[in-house]
Design a protein around this ligand. Structure first.
Ligand SMILES: Nc1nc2c(c(=O)[nH]1)N[C@H]1C(S)=C(S)[C@@H](COP(=O)(O)OP(=O)(O)OC[C@H]3O[C@@H](n4cnc5c(=O)[nH]c(N)nc54)[C@H](O)[C@@H]3O)O[C@H]1N2
Ligand SMILES: Nc1nc2c(c(=O)[nH]1)N[C@H]1C(S)=C(S)[C@@H](COP(=O)(O)OP(=O)(O)OC[C@H]3O[C@@H](n4cnc5c(=O)[nH]c(N)nc54)[C@H](O)[C@@H]3O)O[C@H]1N2
Ligand code: SF4
Ligand SMILES: [Mo]
Length: 736
């Protein structure tokens, strides 16, 4: 099937759906990627039977990609989890809810009593609702008082969060999708929106068609956007810093700056200019593999275009020096004044449907409303609102990397995993799975079996997308509603209800006395009053009426598509999300002279290839949903490794041949796919395929058996995109 069909959805499938006689269509939001498309779920006889796009949805205006179109099929899949389970003599057995929850609470109490707040922890996903994140964080910080609270967004957007705070004071993304419609230049930097944010790619293409927008791509792979681009900067894996510095070098040398904006709205230009001076295009060409002339051409395209959006995602967040890369992308826009205006912004794409919501209510280590956990006033505001002792709130959180080390050291004893599949998605799975094995593990998911549940002591079945109501925020700060359209299967409960019931067992019932998600929303909304993400002017009815609202939207005010239009940034210490060099009383953004640190692991004689990992359009993450949708699974049934034909010839590997990919951490065996998409010297493996799926046999194919625990020093985000590996021809019968 052509990629364009996958992006649009197949036209006649869509029309068939329109004719389908359903009882009612329920307006909701897609539960997959951070684009946040509006759609209708068709219900017949109490069951979901169809999806159709919402022509009025501001994000996708009547289009959906295939993942969205087939989303209804997961709703009553036979492998949906329906009963709580408890491990007894090695096997999982059904138990009643109250027994399971009483045991969860007992384990938490026991952990707290014997090891203090550090003995317990929660690790959750980025596909829940705003209200659920709020409840989880209130429980962790306000009731358990534990610093061990983190989310899978550590693997996803953590570097952008830190980068935004360092540049702008607060993790509030400046731009919006409309910028993609009107900008003169779309610079796609370490992202593949054609496959990962298909409806945004359609908007970019429409802009090109209607307005002649230019497209520029920085990616080691020859992705679809790279093929469509006016200019492809095919940098080597892990070389973002020298490339960005060199672009800034040329912008300065050729005087393509907005000096007024630099003077009025930024600090740190001299230091940045000095650091960039060390990266003339010729030097950067050596470090990145991009011809010097292309670097100059790229800088001119950017500098001379009246407007520019830089779209970035995991080729930044999961690559080397990720936070530094984010700050340099922001700096590129700040020194050219290309921010806060129509068509101009750095635009970080969020991955999961609601990972932005998580950031708004205190994920990633802050407090609700982008509050600074070290600011006594911010701490007091939250503690007073919750009616708890301020000392209870952790000052610093332990991220998932630290939590795994604490399990290994025997300090963290009870871990509750909610809506994420760490047995596939964490790096260095050999190490990570040992920790899941060791800790007392509670897993709360919508499917059973799934890989992480294989390590669980208690399993709690959750209601999922289509079965619960709440808010999800997309990449452009747009709050959208997801709606309950059908009842959850069997005895599955909504995550919000599970968290509230555990709180009751812990004696904190009154802190979670909500009748439903809208009560929780009304409570959390008050904590944003006067903060950068003020949503006191929003309620469910407004979200429904408008098809989403972009924050801030204060009471009595209106929504805000674009931030920082006045050139003032929330960097004042009393306002900012942290303390540090980015604080300045004038509200100016910070330009950083970041160091350039060559990657710790680079290809060598023993491991001669760069290993890049990522995604494909057909599957979502660890495939718990997409492998269960026959139409998607059939399109991409198996893992593989992309190898350049030149390297394959040297290795004497042919198309489809099983090869072993080996790193210092482990190995996998997958078929070779010979393709020019990867450059010589680099290979790519999709990370979607777990290897513990019962029914699929035990296969060693999970990309994270290969990745290492190299984390960004500023964000703690593991590097999934640049390691060293070798390819071995498989010798039949050599075991393993
Ligand atoms: N179909 C589908 N869509 C998804 C998802 C999914 O699983 N499936 N997941 C969602 C989520 S959670 C996320 S986070 C997003 C991720 O969306 P993307 O970030 O767009 O996807 P990736 O494939 O992880 O990586 C993007 C590109 O980064 C490039 N890259 C690798 N190393 C470097 C480098 O050093 N520099 C540069 N400049 N580029 C590099 C890779 O070659 C790759 O093409 O997608 C979201 N959308
Ligand atoms: N090598 C490598 N590793 C990576 C990446 C990479 O590019 N390369 N990308 C990283 C990134 S960006 C991300 S975001 C992570 C994603 O990694 P994971 O979070 O592990 O991915 P998912 O498969 O989406 O897991 C979500 C789980 O939640 C369940 N679920 C869905 N909805 C609900 C719900 O409403 N309630 C509950 N309780 N459960 C629910 C699903 O069944 C699934 O088991 O992977 C990271 N790991
Ligand atoms: S682009 Fe993303 S949000 Fe839109 S339908 Fe596809 S997966 Fe869903
Ligand atoms: Mo992600």
């Amino acid at each position: 099937m052509a990629l364009s069909e996958l992006q649009h959805g197949i036209a006649n499938l869509f029309h068939e759906r329109e004719d389908l006689a359903v009882d009612r269509w329920v307006a909701t939001t897609c539960g997959y990627c951070g684009t946040g498309c509006g759609l209708y779920l068709g219900i017949k006889g109490g069951r979901a039977v169809a999806v159709k796009a919402d022509p009025a949805a501001p994000v996708n205006k009547g289009h959906l990609c295939l993942k969205g179109l087939y989303e209804w099929k997961i709703l009553d899949h036979p492998e949906r989890a329906t009963v709580p389970l408890r491990r007894r003599n090695g096997a999982m057995e059904p138990v009643i809810w109250e027994a399971a929850l009483a045991e969860v609470a007992h384990r938490f109490r026991e952990g707290l009593a014997t090891g203090g707040p550090e003995a317990v922890g929660i690790y959750h996903g980025g596909q829940l609702t705003l209200e659920e994140y709020y409840a989880i964080h209130k429980l962790a910080k306000g009731v358990l008082g534990t610093p061990n609270i983190d989310a899978n967004t550590r693997l996803c957007m953590a570097s952008t969060v830190s980068g935004h705070i360092r540049s702008f004071g607060v993790d509030a993304p400046p731009g919006c999708y409309e910028d993609l419609d009107v900008s003169g230049l779309i610079f796609i930097f370490g992202a593949n929106p054609a496959e990962m944010h298909p409806q945004l790619w359609q908007r970019i293409l429409r802009n090109r068609k209607l307005n002649g927008a230019r497209i520029m791509v920085a990616d080691p792979r020859l992705t679809l956007p790279a093929r469509a681009a006016d200019l492809h900067l095919r940098l080597r894996c892990g070389s973002n810093i020298p490339l960005l510095y060199s672009l800034i070098n040329v912008l300065i040398k050729e005087d393509m700056l907005d000096k007024d904006f630099i003077r009025r709205s930024t600090v740190g230009f001299e230091e940045l200019a000095e650091a960039a001076a060390a990266f003339p295009p010729e030097r950067a060409a050596n470090l990145t593999g991009v011809p010097a002339a292309d670097i100059v051409a790229a800088a001119r395209l950017f500098g001379r275009s009246p407007s520019a959006v830089t779209v970035f995602c995991q080729g930044v967040n999961q690559s080397c020096q990720a936070v530094d890369t984010v700050t340099l992308i922001n700096s590129l826009h700040l020194v050219t004044g290309k921010i806060g205006k129509p068509g101009s912004a750095p635009l970080s794409l969020t991955g999961q449907a609601s990972s932005m919501s998580m950031r708004e209510i205190g994920g990633g280590g802050s407090l609700p409303g982008f509050r600074n956990p070290e600011n006594p006033e911010h701490r007091r505001q939250v503690a007073d609102y919750w009616g708890i002792q301020v000392e209870k709130l952790p000052r610093r959180i332990n991220d998932i990397n630290r939590m795994l080390e604490m399990i290994e050291d025997g300090k963290l004893k009870v871990l509750w995993v909610i809506g994420t599949n760490p047995a596939v998605s964490l790096p260095d799975l050999g190490f990570s799975r040992r920790q899941l094995e060791k800790v007392f593990l509670i897993v709360q998911d919508i499917f059973y079996p799934m890989e992480t549940a294989a390590y669980a002591d208690i399993f709690l079945p959750a209601a999922g997308w289509g079965e619960k109501t709440g808010v999800v925020t997309n990449s452009e700060r747009r709050l959208n509603l997801v709606r309950r359209a059908v009842a959850p299967p069997g005895d599955a409960w909504e995550d919000l209800a599970i968290v509230a019931r555990v709180a009751r067992y812990l004696g904190a019932e009154e802190l979670f006395a909500w009748k439903g998600p809208e009560d929780a929303f009304r409570e959390l909304r008050e904590l944003t009053r006067g903060r950068p993400n003020d949503i006191t002017g929003v309620d469910y009815a407004l979200l429904e009426r408008k098809g989403g609202v972009q924050w801030p939207c204060p009471e009595g005010g209106r929504e805000t598509p674009r931030l920082y239009s006045d050139g003032v940034f929330p960097t004042r210490p009393e306002e900012a999300q942290g303390y540090g060099a980015f604080n300045n009383p004038e509200g100016r953004a910070r330009l950083w002279a970041v160091p350039y640190v060559p990657p710790p692991e680079v290809p060598d004689e023993e491991f001669p290839f760069w290993l890049n990992t990522g995604r494909i359009i057909e599957h979502y993450h660890t495939r718990t949903k997409t492998k269960r949708i026959p139409e998607l699974q059939a399109l991409a049934p198996e893992a593989y490794v992309e190898i350049n034909p030149r390297d394959a010839a040297q290795l004497q590997v042919v198309e489809g041949e099983m090869v072993r990919v080996v790193t210092r951490r482990g190995w996998v065996e997958v078929p070779a796919r010979l393709t020019e998409v990867v450059a010589p010297g680099e290979v790519f493996i999709p990370f979607h395929f777990g290897d513990l799926d019962p029914g699929e046999g035990r296969k060693r194919r999970a990309a994270n058996l290969l990745t290492g625990r190299f984390v960004d020093p500023l964000s703690g985000q593991p590097r999934a995109k640049a390691g060293a590996c070798r390819i071995e021809k498989r010798v039949p019968g050599n075991g393993g």
